[in-house]
Design a binder for this molecule. Structure first.
Ligand SMILES: [Zn+2]
Length: 192
């Protein structure tokens, strides 16, 4: 009888701890998201969504997941890590590009296709172009990103014209920098 009572007491204590400790509550929230699976029509988009779910479950950043595919195989993956890395450039696409380039041991992702849960922001779009990725499939649009509080749309409009940014984007010391470019041009180097 005494043993039974102590077991009940232990169970009550455990429940109380779970309710009272904020960390335990976080555990419960994580469990709830972890159980969530979303299946897209496209298998790679399902993977990208899985990446995003993993990221938001761990509190890494926004709901942006990404996979990079070459010849039908996933060669890189990543999700938004802005909050956990304290890195405003750690968007899902950038993280996945870094991951794929390391995996393939190549800065050139020609022949690769990128799947991402949200339409790439200007920074990621241009990173994708720099990486020579063949094609991009995205789920949510820039407007959808804005609807959940991200500034992609604002930045996307800025990209419409650099002249509109003349107060923000100022050219100085062009000659000195051209000198640097000349040093680079004259030396043996690899163009990419
Ligand atoms: Zn981005």
């Amino acid at each position: 009888m005494k043993k039974k009572l102590s077991k009940i007491m232990a169970a009550v204590l455990l429940v109380l701890l779970c309710v009272l400790l904020p960390q335990t509550r976080v555990c419960y929230a994580e469990a709830a998201v972890k159980e969530t699976t979303i299946t897209a029509e496209n298998e790679y988009m399902t993977e990208a969504i899985g990446e995003a779910l993993d990221g938001i479950t761990r509190g890494h950043g926004g709901p942006f997941g990404c996979v990079i595919v070459k010849d039908g195989e996933i060669v890189g993956r990543g999700h938004n890590r802005v909050l956990v890395d304290k890195d405003s450039t750690a968007h899902g696409e950038i993280t996945a590009i870094r991951n794929a380039e390391k995996a393939l041991d190549n800065h050139d992702l020609t022949g690769c296709v990128l799947y991402t849960t949200g339409e790439p922001c200007p920074m990621c779009l241009y990173a994708i172009l720099w990486a020579n990725i063949d094609k991009v499939y995205y789920g949510c649009t820039i407007e959808d990103n804005a609807d959940i509080g991200f500034r992609d749309e604002v930045f996307d409009k800025l990209a419409g014209g650099r002249e509109a940014l003349s107060d923000f984007l100022v050219c100085i010391d062009r000659d000195a920098c051209l000198e640097l470019f000349k040093v680079y041009s004259d030396m043996e180097h690899q163009t990419y």
